[in-house]
Design a protein around this ligand. Structure first.
Ligand SMILES: [Zn+2]
Length: 233
């Protein structure tokens, strides 16, 4: 089970989710989990945002598939159903948000963000709380509100106390993550290890540190991350 802020390869992500993840939106994979892949890189196809100092993600719905004889999907409204009437991923997420509005438990969504080709970061588990459509460049797009959650993860139960640490309840903004990853050259700043990396706050949240500036974020390997956590406690 990944910790929020953990940096992983594409293959590790797929192994964890027991799926070959190709699409951005994955409502209830065969594992039962709902998974979203986001990217805030310059060439990203969708406009996803991290708001509210890292407590909320606004995720854009997905376009109709490209098809011969059809206009550019970027010019067409995003759809909740396919031409044959089944729900698209937008429709599945929208229905879950509506059921939550009517009193059901919110759908829990595991969110991964692409840092660069083949390299991802686990942003954490979020609650899907709202869905709406809005105009965007002459068409309508879906938007989904995902709010950070401290819900302990099902098959785990071990490190709930650790997880509920404030440190893990905010997402580091994408620009900061990308800057830090490049600045630290994809290595632990203490030992140079290149695997099991985490984004670490130099001065923790609990002590007034911020995740909004790259100066307060660094890469640490799992060993040094744990050693630091032990020192702070
Ligand atoms: Zn290290």
């Amino acid at each position: 089970m990944f910790e929020p802020g953990e940096i992983i390869s594409y293959l590790e992500m797929c192994a964890e989710e027991q799926a070959s993840l190709q699409r951005g939106m994955n409502f209830r994979l065969p594992s039962g989990r709902t998974v979203i892949l986001m990217s805030r890189r310059a060439n990203a196809p969708y406009v996803d945002r991290i708001e509210d100092e890292g407590r909320t993600i606004i995720y854009e719905g997905h376009d109709v598939p490209r098809a011969p004889g059809l206009r550019d999907p970027k010019l067409l409204d995003q759809e909740a159903t396919t031409p044959t009437g089944t729900r698209t991923q937008n429709g599945l997420f929208e229905r879950a948000a509506r059921m939550h509005h009517d009193g059901d438990e919110a759908e829990l969504v595991r969110v991964y963000e692409k840092l660069r080709t083949g390299i991802w970061v686990f942003n954490g588990t979020f609650a899907l709380t709202e869905a709406w459509t809005e105009p965007s460049g002459g068409r309508r797009v879906f938007k989904f509100r995902l709010e950070v959650t401290e819900a302990p993860e099902a098959e785990d139960g071990v490190s709930t106390a650790l997880r509920s640490d404030l440190e893990h309840t905010r997402v580091i903004p994408s620009e900061v993550k990308i800057t830090v990853y490049q600045r630290d050259r994809g290595k632990c700043v203490l030992c140079g290890a290149t695997d099991n990396l985490h984004f670490d706050h130099v001065l923790p949240y609990s002590r007034g540190g911020t995740s909004l500036r790259a100066e307060n974020v660094q890469l640490l390997c799992a060993r040094h991350n744990l050693a630091k956590a032990a020192r702070i406690e």
